[in-house]
Design a protein around this ligand. Structure first.
Ligand SMILES: CC(C)(COP(=O)(O)OP(=O)(O)OC[C@H]1O[C@@H](n2cnc3c(N)ncnc32)[C@H](O)[C@@H]1OP(=O)(O)O)[C@@H](O)C(=O)NCCC(=O)NCCS
Length: 160
């Protein structure tokens, strides 16, 4: 089977713009040495809020996260990349579809990458009192443009 075949892991690509890239560290582990699921969810929330703030043009809060499944464990030293795109724009809220990918780099071996989890995070634009505020008219265009990082040319090759 060729590495470009539809069934090969290499053919499964992250979807959306690269929003966040970091490394899983020992302080993020449970007693068994695996990375906490809560740490992964918080990285995704940070990544989603970066894009949501760009689109909303101001402060946002997380109002909902849909149910998620962890398909693979994350280990210390893994490069963690979060990709996302805006799926829905409402009056005050917007929903970002997020994917968390891992890239493992081992000496002398080809990097391995895989999808860990995906989910939908919904954010609400809020005013100074913390109450919902209307999204700007430009929100749709900003959502279509993706993240500032993507516009700056930070693409998949720099991620997982
Ligand atoms: C987010 C918050 C300001 C919304 O206030 P609210 O009075 O419930 O606001 P509304 O009922 O008018 O809903 C506002 C928007 O959120 C959406 N929303 C509310 N609950 C939702 C849910 N469970 N799932 C998806 N969207 C939801 C509404 O559909 C609405 O979207 P729209 O304006 O695009 O149609 C308020 O619930 C809050 O402060 N929550 C705490 C947020 C927080 O601390 N998050 C964690 C840290 S960031």
């Amino acid at each position: 089977m060729s590495s470009d075949s539809p069934a090969s892991p290499d053919s499964i690509r992250p979807s959306g713009s690269l929003l966040l890239r970091t490394m899983a560290m020992p302080g993020d582990t449970n007693p068994a040495g695996d990375i906490f699921g809560g740490w992964i969810l918080s990285q995704m929330d940070i990544a989603g809020s970066l894009l949501a703030r760009e689109i909303a043009g101001g402060r946002v809060v997380t109002v909902a996260v849909d149910s998620m499944k962890f398909m693979k464990p994350v280990k210390v030293g893994d490069i963690v990349c979060c990709y996302g795109s805006c799926q829905k724009i409402g009056h005050t809220s917007l929903t970002i579809e997020l994917e968390l990918w891992v890239k493992k780099i081992r000496d002398g071996e080809r990097p391995e990458r895989f999808l860990v989890t995906r989910g939908h995070y919904t954010y609400v634009k809020v005013n100074q009192e913390g109450r919902p505020a209307p999204l700007p008219e430009s929100a749709g265009a900003r959502a279509a443009a993706g993240s500032d990082a993507a516009a700056a040319g930070l693409g998949i090759s720099a991620g997982c």
